[in-house]
Design a protein around this ligand. Structure first.
Ligand code: ATP
Ligand code: MG
Length: 465
């Protein structure tokens, strides 16, 4: 009884602290460049439909932020006071998705507009701590995030100030509850509320801070930056499937090189890629060069509108971690080829504990790596068979990547570049030449080595640096 009374006396204070601003700054159309003409007509029509039905509805999040920065938004998100069922009742082409927290997807051909009901932060109360249905774990991480709320609540539960801007398409006004316009102008990524607490609630916000800083070329505001290295290890507790999604957004959005720098700067790389981080310590120059070159290439391909695959990316991120394992297994007496196979298997399995890379990508990672063992062996018909292999292109690109990071391959990349370009008779000449210079090419029939001799295969040497 007393506890309840105490709680009710304390809760307004807590609320005040959690909700620093309950009336928004209203930014009128004279004060900002955003016009409804810039917005997907489907999104506009959803907002208007909901408003006509008597609900509040706004565009929110990344689309408002990006349009203010003259970036084309990836998608348009709508926030509304209508519940998912009420939203669905308004639209024929709507589907309720999500189990933990329901959202509505409204489909217009290929375009999908996501409509979310206003949500509130889960309060931290003694009641919550007492109950075994707690919405947070002992470090404050939000486990359940399923309370509807008001527009004000919705603004406060968002991560960064620049993501909490609401655009009213009818009045062309922006509602700013968290000084997001100020941070857009000053190019700052700033958490709403107490940074440490917000990272503890959801450690993935640390990755999001890095992602937005890289994408928008913003600074992470100093108070929001300060706790990150300290809390980075909290990422280890995040479900591996969620981390896979986040890592793809980090590395496959066209600004991966910048992301990598920031992950290193904030100690976020180690909890995501522990084996690669160890390789970075062991052979810093080679590992750093290989990974950043892979990311530079990825960014370039995205800019050129070429396809990119997570398999190539993970193959590159993990490759520098292979040799240490191969050597360990060889020292235990395993012959080179099986040692390489086993090391690859172990490394991928271990990485998947952190980041759940699906099978459809781990299989091609292995194939790209296997190609590295096969590309030096070109005698007889082998070269032509390799050219026909569906994994040839990725394997060849990977070889060039290794070379660009300083691996010595005896001109193998150039050889394959020439081989692809030339006529049949020239190809035959190239193969004959190989047979004449067996030492140079590694293509001569090998003598079987006995004993536990280490062989330098395609795996990078750890002593590169
Ligand atoms: P983009 O789509 O360009 O990656 P975005 O800001 O739209 O950026 P989403 O992941 O689509 O990012 O999320 C939409 C909005 O939901 C965000 O702008 C933010 O307001 C809110 N949000 C997303 N994830 C979180 C989180 N972990 N904590 C708090 N708010 C979040
Ligand atoms: Mg978005």
């Amino acid at each position: 009884m007393l506890k309840k009374l105490f709680q009710s006396l304390r809760s307004p204070l807590r609320r005040a602290k959690q909700h620093p601003r309950s009336t928004p700054e209203v930014v009128t159309s004279h004060q900002h460049p955003l016009r409804r003409a810039h917005i997907s007509r489907y999104a506009v029509s959803i907002v208007e439909r909901l408003q006509n039905a008597g609900y509040q509805a706004y565009l929110v999040g990344g689309c408002v932020r990006d349009l203010l920065l003259d970036i084309e938004p990836k998608d348009f998100d709508v926030a509304t006071s209508a519940t998912p069922e009420q939203v669905r009742a308004e639209f024929r082409n709507a589907r309720v998705i999500g189990r933990r927290f329901k959202l509505v997807h409204v489909h217009f051909g290929r375009e999908i507009i996501e409509v979310a009901t206003f949500r509130a932060n889960h309060p931290v109360s003694e009641e919550d701590e007492d109950s075994n249905q707690s919405s947070r774990n002992e470090s404050g991480r939000i486990l359940r995030d399923n309370v509807y709320g008001s527009l004000e609540d919705d603004a406060q539960r968002r991560d960064f100030t620049i993501n909490a801007l609401y655009f009213d398409v009818t009045g062309e006004r922006i509602l700013d509850y968290a000084r997001g316009m100020h941070d857009i102008r000053n190019r700052q990524v700033r958490l709403i509320g107490d940074p440490e607490k917000r990272y503890l609630e959801d450690p993935v916000r640390m990755l999001r801070a890095v992602r937005f800083a890289a994408k928008l070329d913003f600074e992470i505001e100093s108070h929001s930056a300060e706790p990150i290295p300290r809390l980075a290890k909290m990422l280890r507790d995040i479900p591996s499937a969620r981390l896979f999604d986040e890592v793809l957004k980090l590395f496959l959005s066209g600004y991966a090189e910048h992301v990598f720098e920031l992950l290193l700067e904030y100690d976020l790389f180690e909890p995501l890629f522990p084996a690669s981080a160890a390789a970075l310590k062991q052979s810093p120059e080679y590992t750093y060069n290989l990974i950043s070159q892979a990311l530079i290439n990825t960014d370039q391909r995205i800019e050129d509108g070429k396809p990119v695959t997570p398999a190539f990316l993970f193959a590159a991120l993990l490759w520098p971690a292979l040799p240490a394992r191969v050597i360990k297994l060889q020292d235990r007496g395993m012959p080179p080829i099986p040692a390489m196979q086993e090391a690859a298997h172990e490394l991928i399995a271990e990485q998947c504990q952190r980041i759940a890379v699906p099978k459809r990508f781990t299989i091609p990672i292995r194939e790209i790596w296997d190609m590295q063992e096969r590309l030096p062996r070109r005698s007889g018909k082998r070269a032509d068979l390799l050219l026909e292999n569906p994994r040839f292109r990725a394997g060849y690109d990977f070889l060039l990547l290794r070379e660009s990071a300083g691996e010595k391959t005896n001109g193998l990349g150039d050889w394959w570049t020439d081989y692809q370009d030339c006529t049949d008779s020239e190809r035959r000449a190239m193969i004959r030449e190989l047979a004449a210079n067996p030492d140079e090419t590694g293509s001569a029939p090998r003598k079987r080595r006995r004993g536990g001799n280490r062989k330098r295969g395609a795996t990078p040497s750890p002593a590169q640096d």
